[in-house]
Design a protein. Structure first.
Length: 367
């Protein structure tokens, strides 16, 4: 949905009997342009018939973190305790936000449940959310709080020399915070949860959530937070190391991958998708269906956003009831597509481009 279409849809929600001319006048466009936008909204299923009957599209709720990433790279080998010339960049990040951003680009109605500080970084998050159509209405601003921030310094050879993360704000995402938003969360077509939340909050959410839940472990440090709730997860997307930690199986070969998946399924997870980096993806579910996919061969520019794109594609496919093999295939394609851009979020993320990657790497549905 375009920004203009979202604007018109909000006015229609406020007044379902509003005329096309009134919509055009409010938007500062011609009546014929308004008619085109209305036609597009009908074609996409957001409104139906005369009187603009609204169809509430199923939404995906992402419960997790939003960070501002600040990176510095020195021009020459770092000199300790001194000022080093180099380049400093800022970008929006956070696993939850990155997944949500990808979902928006894939055309999914997406909302984030998170907390923001009372600072300039929060304003950047809100402006970006408005641009991409990400719903933040169920998030909260913490008075005097600092938006989650990740600061890293790389040496001239690209190796990280130092990093500091300021994630204390997520302590405000308490069970009570989630309880106040539970009705909204439970009406989602799917809930994505990631482990920047406090462990007690993850346990509370998974115990009270009636919607399907996809969990992203984020890292080996934070992954253990999911151990008490594995039996409450619809789907789990760990990478190789996270799968080892959660299953207790050291993965050396294909047999070990399958064994790790079996252990996680025996712990109660309904669907397991193990990302193996350049070695591809393995997926299996409780019904014994399984699929092993290679990694689509693309020119990798930046692999940082691959996992978040995979999670987004999985979330969308699971929410729409796609079979295991299709979920895995689309996830592999989205992850590969993400790696072809310099940005963490590929600006061209779309199902059309995902399918293009799959079709041109021998992984089309017909192949």
């Amino acid at each position: 949905m375009t920004r203009r279409e979202r604007q018109l849809l909000e006015w229609i929600r406020e007044n379902p009997c509003i005329s096309q001319q009134e919509l055009a006048d409010k938007a500062g466009i011609t009546r014929s342009s308004a008619a085109v936008h209305i036609s597009n909204l009908m074609r996409k299923g957001y409104i139906a018939g005369r009187g603009y009957l609204l169809r509430e599209a199923p939404y995906i709720a992402v419960v997790g973190g939003v960070n501002m990433d600040i990176g510095a790279v020195s021009d020459a080998p770092l000199v300790a305790r001194d000022s080093n010339p180099g380049r400093v960049t800022t970008s929006l990040g956070g696993v939850g936000r990155n997944i949500a951003h990808n979902l928006c680009l894939l055309g999914e109605q997406t909302a984030m449940v998170t907390v923001l500080g009372q600072d300039a970084f929060a304003q950047s998050v809100q402006e970006n959310a408005a641009d991409i159509g990400l719903d933040l209405r169920h998030s909260a601003t913490i008075p005097g709080g600092r938006t989650g921030t990740y600061l890293f310094i790389d040496d001239s050879d690209g190796d990280m020399a130092l990093a500091v993360n300021d994630m204390a704000i997520y302590d405000h995402m308490t069970p009570e915070f989630l309880r106040q938003r539970l009705d909204f969360i439970n009406h989602a077509g799917l809930v994505v949860v990631e482990t920047n939340l406090p462990e007690a909050s993850i346990q509370w959410l998974c115990s009270h959530c009636t919607a399907p839940v996809l969990a992203d472990p984020v890292s080996t440090i934070k992954a253990p937070k999911l151990l008490p709730v594995l039996d409450k997860l619809t789907a789990l997307k760990p990478n190789r190391m996270e799968a080892e930690l959660l299953s207790g199986v050291t993965i050396r070969d294909e047999a070990d991958v399958q064994k790790a998946a079996k252990v996680l399924l025996n712990k109660g997870v309904q669907q397991v998708y193990i990302s193996l980096g350049s070695d591809g993806l393995y997926a299996e579910d409780q019904a014994g269906r399984h699929v092993r996919l290679p990694c689509p061969k693309v020119q990798v520019v930046n692999a940082t956003g691959g996992g978040d794109a995979m999670a987004a594609a999985l979330a969308a496919c699971i929410a729409h009831g796609k079979p295991l093999a299709e979920c895995a295939r689309k996830a592999a394609g989205a992850g590969a597509l993400a790696c072809t851009a310099a940005e963490t979020i590929h600006p061209g993320m779309s199902w059309e481009n995902v399918d293009y990657i799959l079709d041109n790497t021998g992984m089309s549905k017909k192949a």
